[in-house]
Design a protein around this ligand. Sequence first.
Ligand SMILES: Nc1ncnc2c1ncn2[C@@H]1O[C@H](COP(=O)(O)OP(=O)(O)O)[C@@H](O)[C@H]1O
Ligand SMILES: [Mg+2]
Length: 294
Amino acid sequence: MRFLTYGSTNIDLIFTVDHILAAGETLQSTSLTKSAGGKGANQSTALAKAGAAVFHAGKIGSDGLFLLDLLQSWGVDTRYVRTYDGATGQALIQVDRTGQNAIILYGGGNKAITVDEIEETLASFGEGDMLVLQNEIVHTDTLIRRAKERGMQVCMNIAPFDPSVFDLSLSMLDIIVVNEIEAAALGRVAQKSAYEEILEQLVAAYPGAQILLTVGAGGSYYGFGNERHHQPIIEAEVVDTTAAGDTFIGYYLASIGRGLEPKEAMYWATKAASITVSRSGAMASIPYASEVFG
Ligand SMILES: Nc1ncnc2c1ncn2[C@@H]1O[C@H](COP(=O)(O)OP(=O)(O)O)[C@@H](O)[C@H]1O
Ligand SMILES: [Mg+2]
């Protein structure tokens, strides 16, 4: 199985500050880190590190060319990433001394993707291939519909959640991945509901899709038809949970691509994510297959 991640490719600028800025305030940052980000790029990285054949598609400006080198170094095929005259997507992240953050997102290239580029890219994919989506680019509904027309399977991580996702052709999806917050919003249930209850709601609302619900330290849940699974976490010393969800998705899908059953795929995804949370950083913290599968 080949994977096509059509998704966000961002430059993350991380400023450490004493406290999150208030209106009118000017603050010195004690450190500045520039790193590669975007849920799409993270998921492509996780798929590649897990050993899957993965193509990343999207759009960046000349300021983001280093991202292509990085993705390629992990084995991601970047031939479908377009460049344009504007800026690459950016996340301006403040992290305060307690670890709280505040983030400004600028869509940049992620919002400049065109339908023509999508058509051109999908023309090289079809049956036996899987499209992997998140909610950080434009024309997502076109992507879902055109990919299904071509016989592809489609997995969407409904993140970040916003109410406009209800306008998407969600009933056409083969796999829906959500965390507890996204799941409650998507299922229109109270966030304090039991995870099993939220899962049932989503299984009922989207019967054509396999539902994967990840709940941080509570592990992950799977529901499809009459099949249900729960996979607890593998304990790890938590350093930085950034990219845990993206690692989970990449390793889950790569495992499915190797012919494993959902229950087994959840185990490997959980093992990979437990390594990611034990390291700092996003893409760089995602483990290689040799560290996960042994
Ligand atoms: N503290 C933790 N210790 C070990 N594994 C974790 C921890 N937090 C998350 N994980 C693993 O990563 C997966 C995804 O994390 P989660 O927080 O649900 O994703 P997201 O980042 O999308 O909110 C979890 O299902 C679990 O397997
Ligand atoms: Mg979480």
